[in-house]
Design a protein around this ligand. Structure first.
Ligand code: FE2
Length: 462
């Protein structure tokens, strides 16, 4: 069945879903590095049925997991739906039942009050479990090799898509938002599970207002909650206006607390109106907290509160500094690079420590087009940026770094990404030397069809 592309630009071209679950041996060009053994998992929205909501949002499609399994220089590909309760209910009905973000105004009465989780935003391994994550539901467990759906994992409630794993303790530090009795409430949960996946704490606080909080910052000693003016409102949704909207007249705030402290101790710092989807890394430094983030002047992809179309802006890498010893609650901001981009990543062995090397997906074209077409490496010590451009009309995914060996120096290893080749309408997994990305891929594994644009992925070493 063809989807009606008039209802959303996110249902056409390589945003359109693929409906088959496949297993392919991929054709490899070049040479897969000898030490590279494991799997690149990626996820993204892939609606099982034509969405019923005329305001279908890219973020609300059913999750599909794409696994690239690398061994002995060969690459196998397997993709499977995350068969969430929503997926199962709609599968049985043979049609979509849920409105975007569970919006009751556009949900079929048969699905009222039912779980609308789509598990489409990130896929991580923790405590031996492969977990598909999204904004507003519980982590959904998948089998590491078969990609079979195993059901929700228990974290005591909602977990967003960007928890942070402590490289020393193995703990997973997470949060959930809109976590009250009513949908889109201003309640935020802060939680920690230990390295075995057991819940150690989960505490709630009320944010200054209800905001879509996509990512947060964690350091060795602190946790930081951005409350930025991309607001959520059930009342607005019930009156037919956007459930999620840009409201720049609200303050841009970041709540800072010690990781082991009570949520009552949060101190609110402030910034000019802005939005941040993603954080590269954050660390403690001499009474300050430093965080490198991809910052937008205007939240992209969402309308204004009155329903008018929002502006499309690009994000730029900036460094935020929070002075914990000073009297000022202003966040100091310094721009680190001038290429618009998204999906900042780093050598995650340096989580909570000052990192020198970072990578992101850059945009040579119009800032605000969510497609990215350049892989970029930035040396944060020298400020020098190096790029690899995929080619005219082609797009790249988030880059994922994996070290050459456990004890290799920072940033020495490989960068993995998927590339959409528009002319041939197929996708590839590419492997680049992370310190020499300008040379282009050392190996390319071609899928015999396209892999739809998605959000996040991670490498799990064998
Ligand atoms: Fe994200």
């Amino acid at each position: 069945m063809d989807l009606d592309v008039r209802i959303s630009p996110y249902l056409s071209g390589n945003f359109a879903p693929v409906r088959s679950e496949d297993d392919f041996e991929l054709t490899v060009t070049g040479e897969i590095p000898a030490g590279l053994k494991g799997a690149l998992y990626r996820t993204g929205p892939n609606p099982q049925f034509e969405p019923r909501d005329p305001n279908y949002h890219w973020f609300s499609g059913d999750g599909m997991i794409h696994g690239f399994f690398v061994e002995d220089g060969k690459v196998r590909y397997r993709n499977r739906y995350a068969r969430t309760p929503k997926w199962e209910l709609e599968h049985a009905a043979g049609k979509s039942l849920f409105g975007t973000f569970g919006n009751p105004m556009t949900t079929d009465p048969d699905a009222f009050g039912k779980d609308s989780g789509v598990a489409n935003t990130n896929i991580i391994r923790h405590a031996g479990r492969l977990l598909a994550l999204e904004e507003g539901h519980r982590p959904f467990q998948m089998d590491l090799s078969s990609l079979d759906s195993l059901g929700y994992a228990d974290f005591g409630g909602k977990v967003t898509a960007h928890p942070k794993e402590d490289p020393v303790t193995g703990e997973l530090v997470f949060f959930g938002y809109g976590d009250g009795d009513l949908p889109m409430s201003p309640e935020v949960s802060y939680g920690v599970v230990d390295k075995a996946g057991k819940l150690l704490r989960r505490d709630k606080f009320v944010a200054p207002y209800s905001s879509m909080i996509h990512d947060f910052m964690v350091t060795g000693g602190h946790v930081l909650f951005p409350v930025l003016p991309l607001t959520m409102s059930l009342e607005r949704a019930m009156s037919g206006r956007p459930p999620v909207a840009w409201e720049p007249e609200k303050p841009a705030l970041v709540g800072v607390m010690a990781r082991d402290a009570h949520v009552d101790t949060i101190r609110w710092f402030n910034a000019p109106a802005c939005y941040v989807f993603h954080v590269m890394n954050a660390w403690d430094e001499d009474g300050k907290i430093v965080a490198d983030v991809m910052r937008y002047d205007v939240a992209p992809l969402f309308p204004n509160a009155d329903g008018s179309k929002g502006k499309q802006a690009g994000a730029y890498l900036v460094r935020w500094t929070f002075d914990l010893t000073g009297a000022s609650d202003a966040i100091k901001e310094e721009q680190l690079d001038d290429l618009a981009g998204e999906f900042p990543r780093f050598d995650e062995r340096y989580t909570f420590r000052k990192n020198r090397h970072g990578w992101f997906a850059g945009q040579a074209g119009t800032p605000g087009d969510v497609r990215t077409d350049i892989l970029s490496h930035i040396d944060l010590t020298t400020g020098k940026r190096t790029d690899w451009a995929a080619g005219a009309g082609d797009s790249v995914s988030e880059p994922v770094f994996t070290p050459r060996s456990i004890d290799a120096p920072e940033g020495e290893g490989w960068l993995l990404a998927t590339v959409y080749r528009a002319r041939d309408n197929v996708s590839e997994m590419v492997v680049l030397d992370a310190q020499n990305i300008a040379a282009g891929p050392v190996a390319t594994a071609r899928v015999p069809r396209r892999v739809p644009f998605g959000f996040h992925g991670n490498w799990v070493a064998a």
